[in-house]
Write a protein that binds this ligand. Sequence first.
Ligand code: NAP
Length: 284
Amino acid sequence: MSSSSPSQSSEKYAFITGAGSGIGAEVAKRLDRAGYSLIISGSNPSKLNVLAESLVSTPIITVADLSQQEDVERLAKQLKNELPALAIAFINAGTVEIGSFAERNSEIIDREIDINLRSTLHLIQACIPGMQQQKSGHIIATSSIGGIFAMRGSSVYSATKFALRGFLSALQQELLPDGIKVSGIYPGAIDTPMLRYEALNGGSPLNFLHEPKTVADVGKSFMRTLKTGRLETFVPYSDSISARLIGMVPWIIPKLLPYLEKSGEKGRRKFIASHQLVNNDKLA
Ligand SMILES: NC(=O)c1ccc[n+]([C@@H]2O[C@H](COP(=O)([O-])OP(=O)(O)OC[C@H]3O[C@@H](n4cnc5c(N)ncnc54)[C@H](OP(=O)(O)O)[C@@H]3O)[C@@H](O)[C@H]2O)c1
């Protein structure tokens, strides 16, 4: 942890994981402009430093690799015992591995589960006591449309994001009496380093059935969710309708897949060309 320790209790603190890029960085900038004091987290300190320089206020920086149990435990301890109670916990970090489940090595399976699900649950749990004490707070986590509609090639990702949806729904009911709100953000395809990696490395063509949305679209929806306290926010909303309808009849997916994938491949080529993507580095 770096930076000065928290001061006045009148400050409203927001904790953000995966803050160094994409959706997390966008939300951090919006919360900063809205007057929140930030605690930003990620595994890459240089990305967090770049974000910190773009903010109005000086954030507290917590570096943690969420695939490592000792880092998750250390961060959870800091949240419980050292850092100020939070107005907002945005647990957003995530990763995606692409390819056949049958051929996947078990370390890679565990890593994806650790980052997307296990650390998310442990960090959320660590944020609860401070919020319970102040009888307020808002826990928001990033799931995915992939947590409603499963895509081949990202089965473990879907497992984590489906699980997160069920978890958030139960947690909302548990924390209601404490005055703590619980919400999930369900993005479709959003133009971030993660999606660009998927575009170039064999991610599902279904991501490219429509022009991907921007982090600004997610940022706006996040700020709306803060006001409404809604359990589930979909970005874009239209994706959620098709995803939820198809989710009710999953046996229809193999029949539709050839047509959808053909159309998605066209969208992928257009996305790669229009952004002149050439970088094959993982989540560069
Ligand atoms: N982009 C999309 O189309 C899309 C769609 C649906 C859902 N989502 C979800 O949105 C969330 C944010 O992703 P994004 O699209 O904004 O992509 P991104 O820019 O690649 O952000 C992913 C973030 O997760 C953090 N992260 C990954 N592995 C980590 C680890 N081992 N330890 C700590 N932090 C780690 C990264 O931080 P460091 O680099 O500092 O490690 C990074 O800031 C994810 O949960 C993702 O599943 C994205």
